[in-house]
Design a protein around this ligand. Structure first.
Ligand code: ZN
Ligand code: ZN
Length: 216
């Protein structure tokens, strides 16, 4: 399994990094992204801890841990500075907490995150065709998610991405070990979004390339 979107108790996940990593290993993960929620006030505290957790695990040569952050509930005009700062602090992958249908994420967030050049726009909800086209043009990946609530608009995201040629990635958004999917379940979620077997193969091929580009 390859998944760039999970949370530890450095934000609102359940487990410290060591147990989170071990639980993912038992679930069959090969590449695990730690992408805790941060804002401009917390990233300088969270990222050094995630970097240390990843470095300690990665020297063992078992699964590969990728350091990320999820820029969450920022004001739209803060995304560019936040994405830059996160990379300076060691984030290999920058996600944005998109306009999910189940939270009052500020309108304008999807566009601001894409324009800021995040790597992955997580759970983008009812993003517009223009935003999807901009994501395709900027190389920002759109997420298909297994997280309850956030997943309600997977079909819409899949349809728009096909229309404009935007890249898709699967992300579990797991906050607890029971939310860490097996690869077959992740594929089922993608198929449930209306994607074809060929699309799903492309999603995981893209994830593989993405992982290699980010040090896996
Ligand atoms: Zn999120
Ligand atoms: Zn998340």
């Amino acid at each position: 399994m390859i998944d760039f979107h999970t949370h530890t108790l450095l934000s609102d996940g359940a487990l410290i990094p060591a147990e989170h990593i071990r639980r993912a290993e038992v679930k069959g993960y090969r590449v695990l992204g730690l992408a805790d929620h941060v804002d401009l006030s917390t990233m300088a505290h969270v990222l050094p801890v995630l970097c240390e957790a990843a470095a300690r695990e990665n020297e063992l040569g078992r699964l590969t841990v990728i350091v990320g952050v999820e820029l969450t509930h920022l004001r739209p005009n803060q995304f560019a500075a936040a994405a830059r700062r996160a990379r300076e602090l060691g984030a290999q992958v920058v996600l944005a907490h998109g306009q999910t249908p189940v939270e009052p994420v500020e309108p304008g967030t999807n566009r601001a995150a894409i324009e800021a050049g995040v790597d992955i726009l997580a759970h983008p909800g009812l993003l517009t065709l223009d935003e999807a086209a901009l994501a395709a043009q900027r190389g920002v990946c759109l997420e298909i998610t297994s997280k309850p609530g956030h997943c309600l608009t997977n079909g819409h995201v899949a349809r728009l991405s096909r229309e404009v040629g935007a890249k898709l990635l699967f992300g579990s958004d797991a906050h607890t070990p029971d939310q860490m999917p097996t690869r077959p379940f992740a594929e089922t979620v993608c198929l449930g979004a209306g994607l074809t077997e060929k699309d799903v193969a492309a999603i995981f091929a893209c994830a593989e390339q993405f992982a290699q580009a980010h040090g896996a």
